[in-house]
Design a protein around this ligand. Structure first.
Ligand SMILES: [Zn+2]
Length: 387
């Protein structure tokens, strides 16, 4: 694929401004103003440098949806601690392919940044990146320089402008790392998929100062690992337009490859989900009441089930807990918190601060910081099964 990859998904407004918490999504928002170009990923490095990159033959089979699926042929490197290898994928460039079945919620990558940059600096971006790169370890530096880039200034010759190339590589590949932006060469190999097509999500952890990538759903041996570069809760046309403009590729993921009728249905669901999120956010200013807000969350959940869109559910359930606690509905707050624990654990790991925080609400709803801020009301719990 295009070596593209960004690192940030756009984020809906929380139902209450005070409810804003670091989530897998919000944490991946680049805040560097001078990073005009969203991050994109490219061919890395660590694998090449360490000799772990393996030549792999693939059979490209077309699924019923028309999306290419790859079967990993030779059973390679079973001793490799990673459950994936970097592989050349027909028509997509490099990507990560599972070398064994990966379970939902499994940690697949834990990576420190090669370097990070602050959100504001008086130094010129070009000079800053060059300085940090010079200080990085040589293997990492070599890896960085093998990453691809887009949006290089017109009229400049890359050969004679290495500092500008370094900046372009950074701008193309950087992802948010808390209040900073960083480059993560291994994770940068992940290609993009829309809606239900992406199967891994990443989270920055402030405490560990590392990026964590977890499986959002079960991944079979031979399947490509895909994350998402943007908010894909929009129509295929809009997604493709954005991805083409920002990352320079036409998305051919399983969802973008649906036939016209199926794609239209998917667009309707995704647009509906986005509209419902907008409706939910209006609880924050009192435009809708607690019962309506909870009903909206349940509608989002149902529509996401139909679409197969599973990401951001920890946050959605935590919003439910927030609303229930605000209205002093302890039983509902507990149920929403339990649901949030389940999905935060899948997306961000059981030892994530998000999980530890919402566990307190599950055991003591009255201790929630929003407890009793709104009028007492029985708002209701999740309609979903399998809490
Ligand atoms: Zn797509």
């Amino acid at each position: 694929m295009p070596p593209a990859r960004p690192a940030k998904r756009q984020r809906r407004l929380p139902p209450d401004a005070a409810a804003a918490e670091e989530t897998p999504s919000t944490s991946s928002r680049l805040r560097l103003l001078w990073l005009a170009v969203p991050a994109i990923i490219a061919g890395l490095a660590f694998y090449v440098a360490s000799g772990r990159e393996l030549g792999v033959d693939f059979t490209g089979a077309n699924s019923a949806s028309g999306a290419a699926e790859y079967t990993y042929l030779p059973a390679l490197k079973k001793s490799n601690r990673d459950p994936f290898v970097v592989a050349d994928l027909p028509g997509k460039g490099k990507g990560l392919v599972a070398t064994r079945d990966i379970k939902q919620g499994e940690l697949v990558i834990q990576e420190s940044p090669l370097f990070t940059v602050p959100t504001s600096t008086s130094e010129s971006p070009t000079a800053l990146i060059s300085r940090l790169l010079a200080a990085a370890d040589p293997v990492g530096r070599a890896a960085f320089l093998k990453l691809s880039y887009v949006h290089f200034p017109e009229g400049l010759d890359p050969e004679s402008n290495p500092a500008e190339v370094a900046l372009a590589i950074f701008q193309t590949n950087a992802v948010a790392a808390g209040d900073q932006a960083g480059v993560f060469p291994r994770m940068a190999r992940l290609n993009h998929g829309c809606s239900r097509a992406f199967n891994v999500v990443y989270t920055w952890r402030e405490r560990e100062q590392q990026l964590f990538v977890h499986a959002l759903r079960n991944i079979s041996w031979g399947q490509e690992l895909l994350t998402t570069y943007t908010d894909t809760k929009r129509t295929r046309r809009e997604r493709r337009e954005f991805l083409s403009q920002q990352y320079g590729f036409k998305c051919t993921c399983a969802v973008c490859s649906l036939d016209a009728a199926a794609s239209k249905d998917s667009d309707r669901r995704l647009t509906g989900i986005t509209q419902l999120y907008g409706h939910l956010s209006s609880w924050g200013n009192g435009a809708i009441g607690g019962v309506e807000a909870i009903r909206t969350i349940n509608e989002i959940w149902k529509l996401e089930d139909e679409e197969g869109y599973w990401s951001e559910r920890g946050r959605l359930a935590a919003d439910g807990a927030w609303i229930a606690a605000s209205h002093s509905d302890a039983p509902a707050a507990r149920l929403w918190a339990q649901l949030a624990i389940k999905w935060y654990t899948i997306e961000a790991g059981a030892d994530n601060d998000l999980v530890l925080d919402i566990e307190r609400t599950a055991s003591d709803p009255q201790g929630h910081r929003a407890w009793g801020l709104r009028e007492p009301l029985a708002v209701g719990g999740p309609l979903t099964q399998g809490v």
